[in-house]
Structures are given as C-alpha cells and as structure tokens.
Design a protein around this ligand. Sequence first.
Ligand SMILES: Cc1ncc(COP(=O)(O)O)c(C=O)c1O
Length: 406
Amino acid sequence: MTPQLSRRGFIGTGALGIAGAGLVAGKDVQTATAIPLESPLSIAEVPTPALLLDLDAFEANLERMARHLAAKKIGMRPHAKTHKCPLIARRQIDAGAIGICTAKVSEAEVMVDAGITDVLITSPVVTHDKIERVIVLAQRAPGLEIVVDQSQGVRDLAQAAKAAGVTQRVLIDLDTGTRRTGIPPGAPALALLEELLRHPTLRFDGLQAYAGHVMHVSGFEPRKARSLDSLARCLETKSLFEQAGHRVPVFTGGGTGTFDIDCDVPGMTDLQVGSYIFMDTQYRSIGDRDSDIFDTFAPSLFVLTTAISQPSDGLITVDAGFKAIANEPATPPQFLEFPELRYHYGGDEHGIVQFPDERRPLRLGDKAKLIVSHCDPTVNLYDVYYPYRNGRVEELWPVAARGRSQ
Ligand SMILES: Cc1ncc(COP(=O)(O)O)c(C=O)c1O
C-alpha cells in the first residue's frame, strides 16, 4: 500500500537547519520511508536537542526479544506507542512479530497508511467519531482489532459495523488490577462476552490482560509474584469462557518489565513488549534477575544535547529541558558516557548539569548523549530519529505518529 502521509512542508522549510547536510529538498518525502541525507553527518554535527538511535544496540534488542519469544513459542506483538514509527514497526514484523499494537486510533491510521495492517488498538473507544474511524480503517486493514470493555461500547461498535456491512474483530480488555481500562475478570467479563456474541457483526478474537501497574515493580522476584497474581485472575476468566463453550484464541498482555515472566505462563499467546527496543532510566532502575540494573536490553535511544552556558564553575547548562526529555521525577536522565554527572531539569529549554568533583568532562560546545527517563513520551517530542552507526547518520527516520494521541 502506498503511504499517504507526507511531510512536504516540513522538508521544504529545511526545518532541521542542517547547513550543507542537505535533506532531499523539494521531494515529497513519505513519513513511512527514511529521509536520506545528501551527505552523512557525524554525531558532533547533529543539531541539538535531537533524538539519536544507536542502530547496533537497537538491532541487538530487536533480535534478543525475537529470539527469546520464539524460543518460548510465544507471539511477539510489539507496542508501537513506544516508537510511533512505521519503519521500526516494519523491522519488528521482519523480526517475526505477528502484528503490532497501537494505543490510539490515530496511531493505527498512520501504521495502516504505511502498509502495516495487523494492528491491535489496545485502548477502548466510546464516541461515535472514533468508532466510525475504526470501522473505516478496518475496511483497509482486515487484521485490525480493537479492545472493548463495556456493553454500550460493544453495542455501538456492532451497530457501526452493521451499517458499514463489515465484521469487526474485537478483544475483551480485562482489568488486571491497574484500574485504568478493562472490565473486571470473572462474571462481568463473561456477561460482556455474551452481549458481544449476540452481535453477528463482531468477531470475538480473545482477551487482553495488560498489567501496567506491574511493569515497573522493583526487583525480579516481587515483579514476578505480582505479575503471576494478576494474570492468574485473568486466566481464570479464560477458563470460565471455555467452560461456557467459547473459544479464546488470543490471550495477550505483558510488556518489557515482564518479558521473562509472562512468557512462561500457560495460556498466554503473545506479549505486547514496547520499551525493550530503546530502554530508559525508569526501566533500567527496576533491576533484573541477577542485577540491580535491568540491562538485558541496552539503551539505544538518546537525546543529544549541547553544553551552552556556564554561569558557575560547578554546573554547566545544556539545551535539553522539559521540551526535549519527558520527565519522570524518580529516574532523571543519565549521561551515557558520564554516569557520574547529575542532570537536573532547568525548565522548558534547559538542563542543569552538576559536576560531583573537580573534573569537568563536559565543556561549553560539547555534545553528549542522555539516556532518557521515559522513552515513549520523549519520542513524541520529536519529528525524526537520527539513526547512527559507527558514529555516522546517513538518513532520518520520521516519527510519523508524533502527536497522534487521538
Ligand atoms: C496496553 C499496553 N501494552 C503494552 C505496553 C508496553 O509496555 P512496555 O513499554 O513496558 O514494554 C503498554 C505500555 O504502556 C501498554 O499500555
């Protein structure tokens, strides 16, 4: 399918301001394709703040997860809310993903426009405009699924599908204890299934049980206990459905924090891993099976920042603040090469870096890579990734679903 979105205006204005680096000016560059640079950039030439992607680390993460889940015979359904980039979604599918997830309808639209058609929308919709968009999208993407978690939503979706003459594929979203979305497991979920099955324009594909409150539990064993506990209640619902004579082909959930836990749970069909491709300080802080740092997956995503001012000797100011790195107060950004330096948010546009001793590894004009606090909302602050290998950037990857939160 031909990608339909373009960044003509964005490219035409030369908004990246790379003198001499030369984007392909005047071309109708699609958001689903890489934007070649006329001449490669070294990392030192990248204008800051910028979103850097270390291709070697990214590809190692991609392969590690793919190999792990293939060995466990569990499907990989990566969450594209992390990267918002069809080029990355395509890499995940090439690595064996059975499809991708998106959080929102508008993100799914971008992915379908880019030719990625097996998409699960993991948040319910209730308003008529959104339901309409789902049904329209499903006509271009037969693999499109969406979760439902209450009966009015089921009825409205069924009616819209009937009006369009299509069958809409749905999963029932269970509340795993996060209390964010989902119907309580057990009898309420069974009642919702029975309602759903009364509508021939809906096809029941299975259950979603994503335990968002568990992903960042500190320590492998406590995280494992919490995850198994929340999944157990949801798997009882699966059995309840089956005892009532209904097939449950899909039982999807899990994320990066439980990638090595949920894969061993009988009944789980696929994992919705998101952050593993990039990692961030929040995830690194939760610890691993045998380490205080969760480092099975390496950080591959960085914000490149420049030291631009030094009002006093023990501090230096960089050009990346709240508008460049999403804030997670408990786990601030960390410099990849200088772990001893302390980054503090210095407002919208600035970060203030504290030197712990007399050494001054960062000087005015220097650029340095920050591991971000939280990858998903940080990515959403940028138009493009600067992917690099051996210190060179040869093309840009559009964050095509940037701002697609509808
Ligand atoms: C429904 C759902 N599934 C999967 C994920 C992916 O989680 P992670 O980035 O922790 O791998 C998320 C992230 O918030 C999510 O909301």
